[in-house]
Each structure stands twice: as structure tokens, then as C-alpha cells.
Design a binder for this molecule. Structure first.
Ligand SMILES: [Zn+2]
Length: 354
């Protein structure tokens, strides 16, 4: 394997805290990082009702000046309007408190005003909680954009365990995806001379193997389950920091999910779609797709079109256009993608459609 000749800068989170009730220590963690006194919380409409008061109180008791914004969307136009009310000079740190939308909005805000971002996830449905990428809607392409990664991740398992179980199972879907993502990355290295980093790839794979090994414990939906999934999601996020791209975490199975987001009338959760995509892409790679399916079943994540709530037609359609989503990202789908017939065969053989 060749070492890249260009300068490779790796920025990693400085503090990662996972545990029961750790939200109460947020002031102490922020102080240790010496980020400043003025905190902007970015959160969602439900979370502000559930935890807003408590989190603000915790920070104010720790002598921080707190302001908050409630985000409703990650659409670029919405975010631009939101930014008009964020005076950059007023804040020292942006704290994202919530699920995907809040975390992605917080990353976007922090990157735009060049301030550090602290990730406080309240659900663990995808690896964005630790990665330097954000999923912003309404852009030219439905893929993630590069943003500033978190300077700290504070994951309170007591809060996360209360989120709907479906979100945790979706997190497993986003994690098994690393199997095919790494296979695609290797393929691009072999055929397209793309840079491949074995360390980042191994780390991403480890996070996928972790949830496969612990599927039965994850199914219990306890704080222990949350901890297993969150540790794997963080390590996948770190793999992206090390690779300097989302390559170790996102391949053809993610392209399939992005394609479903475009064609399906009512898409499922990102991690759920990626999980089903992984079953099919593992089949194309000639790997053990049944093992992926078994893990998803075991944790109660969707493995079929029906369980995703998407009809067969849109599954096939997505498979045939997935290769066009991000042409520079070479995957097992190749440059020409799958024909309708091939896509239908693939979905049938893996039991995704019947
Ligand atoms: Zn993902």
C-alpha cells in the first residue's frame, strides 16, 4: 500500500464522554476545554420541551451565558435564514443537542462562524454524531458536506436510552454499512488508484463487527445497548476523520439510500435504508450478505422493502440510479450501474422484494 504524498491533517475530538447522567457535568467538560463562556445551544422542538430547561439550568449554574435556537429543518435555505440571527461574535462554542437535524445544524452553524462544535446526541441513529460531515438538504446533490467535526462528544446514555428504539436499530444499519463501504473503497483503490487508508478502513470495519457480535445485547434496548452502538458510531466517525473523507463509512449502500431519498415518496430512516442497501451490496461483492441480514433481523431493523415502507418499484428504481448520485465515488455499481432487470434480480435474490 502506498502512503499518500499530500499533507494529511487529522483533527480529532479532544474529549469523548459516554455515561449515565453525564449531561450534569457539561460545564466542567467545557471549562476543561477552555472554549469560553458564551454557549449557543442548537436543538429541536421536542427536545427543547423535554430537556431545554434542565440543560440551560445546568450550564447557567456552571456560570455560562446561554442562548438557544430551535431548528426545524436542515434545508439549506432554512439554515441560511437561521444564520442571519446568529451573531458570530456573541458565541464561543456551539452545542448541538439532539438527533440528526440538531447535530447537523449545529455543525453547519459552527463551521459558518468558525467556532468549536460540541456534540451532545440524544439518539444514536447514524454516525454523524462524531463525523466531520453534515447532511444538508436542498443542495445540488443529496450527499453529506464537509464541516468542522466535534471538539467534544458528550453522550448521556440516560437520555439516549429514552429515544425510540427504532433509532437505535437504525444506528446498527448505519454501522453494518461499513462492511460494503470498505469493500467499495478497496475496489476504488485497486481499479481507480484512489488513496486507501488501511487504518481508517480497519477502524470502520471494527465498528461494524462490534454490532454484529453484540446484536443480542443491542436488542434489549438498555443503556448497555446504547453504549455499544454509540461507541461503534463514534469509532466510525473517527475513521472518517482519519481518512479525511467519508470513504470508510459510506459506499454503494449509502448511494442506494441517497437514491431512495430522491425517488421514494416516503423514505425510511437513513440507517434503515443503508442497512438494507448493505444486504444487497454485500451480495454483489460476493460476501456473506446473510450474516448482515441476520444481524439486522436480530436487532429489529428492516431487511425488506415492506419493512422499510417503500414499494418494490422504488427499491428497483433507486438501485438503477444509485451510481449517478456521486459519480466520482467508484463502487461495486461501476460507472454504468445496474439495469432494471439486474436490480430486480438483486433485490429478489436477497429477499428485499418478493
Ligand atoms: Zn450513514
Amino acid at each position: 500500500m502506498k502512503t499518500p504524498l499530500y499533507t494529511h491533517v487529522i483533527k480529532l475530538p479532544r474529549k469523548i464522554v459516554i455515561g449515565k447522567g453525564v449531561r450534569k457535568n457539561i460545564p466542567q467538560y467545557l471549562k476543561a476545554l477552555e472554549l469560553g463562556k458564551n454557549v449557543l445551544i442548537v436543538t429541536g422542538p421536542n427536545l427543547i420541551k423535554l430537556y431545554g430547561k434542565e440543560i440551560i439550568q445546568i450550564l447557567e449554574d456552571g456560570r455560562f451565558n446561554v442562548n438557544y435556537i430551535v431548528t426545524k429543518s436542515t434545508n439549506i435555505n432554512y439554515l441560511k435564514t437561521l444564520m442571519e440571527n446568529v451573531a458570530s461574535e456573541k458565541y464561543d462554542v456551539i452545542l448541538g443537542f439532539g438527533g440528526g437535524k440538531s447535530i447537523d445544524t449545529a455543525k453547519y452553524v459552527a463551521t459558518n462562524i468558525s467556532k468549536p462544535f460540541v456534540s451532545v446526541p440524544t439518539a444514536v441513529s447514524h454516525d454523524g454524531i462524531a463525523s466531520p460531515f453534515a447532511s444538508i438538504k436542498g443542495l445540488e446533490r443529496p450527499i453529506s458536506i464537509k464541516v468542522e467535526g466535534p471538539i467534544a462528544i458528550i453522550a448521556d446514555t440516560e437520555i439516549i436510552v429514552k429515544a425510540p428504539y427504532r433509532l437505535l436499530a437504525a444506528g446498527v444499519g448505519d454501522l453494518v454499512a461499513k462492511f460494503t463501504a470498505v469493500l467499495d473503497w478497496k475496489l476504488a483503490h485497486k481499479l481507480k488508484n484512489e488513496y486507501y487508508g488501511d487504518y481508517a478502513a480497519s477502524l470502520a470495519l471494527l465498528s461494524a463487527k462490534h454490532v454484529i457480535n453484540y446484536a443480542s445485547i443491542i436488542r434489549r434496548g438498555t443503556e448497555e445497548s446504547v453504549r455499544i452502538v454509540i461507541e461503534a458510531l463514534i469509532s466510525s466517525g473517527i475513521a472518517m476523520h482519519i481518512a479525511g473523507s467519508s470513504r470508510p463509512a459510506s459506499g454503494s449502500e449509502h448511494l442506494f439510500s441517497h437514491a431512495l431519498d430522491i425517488v421514494a415518496p416516503k423514505p425510511a430512516l437513513h440507517g434503515e435504508q443503508c442497512g438494507v442497501g448493505t444486504i444487497m451490496m454485500a451480495y454483489l461483492h460476493g460476501k456473506n450478505w446473510r450474516k448482515i441480514k441476520k444481524t439486522l433481523r436480530e436487532v429489529g431493523a428492516p431487511t425488506t422493502a415492506k419493512e422499510l415502507g417503500i414499494d418494490d418499484y422504488h427499491i428497483i428504481k433507486a438501485l438503477t440510479i444509485a451510481h449517478k448520485i456521486r459519480p466520482e465515488r467508484y463502487t461495486i455499481l461501476g460507472e454504468t450501474g445496474l439495469t432494471w432487470k439486474a436490480a430486480e434480480n438483486l433485490a429478489k435474490k436477497t429477499g428485499v422484494i418478493s
